[in-house]
Design a protein around this ligand. Structure first.
Ligand SMILES: [Zn+2]
Length: 139
């Protein structure tokens, strides 16, 4: 089976593409070409799937000290999110302040322009997450 073209041409982080092992059913993000559990048995059986884009916060921290070229408002929230598909990823949480979120808060992926490089004119996009509803955080 050929490697799907988009795996090479579009960074998976922009589209939340993951891989699913056809042998054990494990989902990996970012996508893998070989299942880390099944190794050889998974070759040719890896499927590309798109994550549903929703999940909940497992843990988070508030970043007050951002790198210089990190074009985000400080302070911002970085959270470990467990996606409904079973994978975990780390992403910024936007459109809310720290008191509004907590462990278990449901969030959804949203795509935002992160910044633009002056000379090359390259636009960076990436995923961020925002709260899905008004579930009170469990603290
Ligand atoms: Zn597997």
């Amino acid at each position: 089976m050929a490697i799907p073209r988009f795996w090479r041409e579009t960074p998976s982080r922009y589209n939340l593409f993951a891989s699913k092992c056809g042998n054990c059913g494990e989902v990996h993000f970012p996508p893998r070409f070989v299942c880390p559990s099944c190794h050889r048995k998974s070759i040719g059986r890896m499927e590309s799937i798109k994550l549903c884009g929703t999940g909940k916060i497992l843990s988070y921290s508030v970043v007050h000290d951002a790198p210089e070229d990190f074009e985000m408002q400080k302070p911002y929230i970085i959270a470990i999110i467990e996606m409904k598909d079973g994978v975990r990823l780390t992403a910024p949480i936007i459109d809310c302040d720290e008191p509004d979120i907590g462990i278990g808060t449901e969030v959804e992926a949203t795509f935002r322009k992160l910044g633009e490089e002056g000379k090359a004119g390259v636009i960076h996009y990436g995923y961020k997450f925002r709260r899905m509803n008004r579930t009170p955080p469990e603290k």
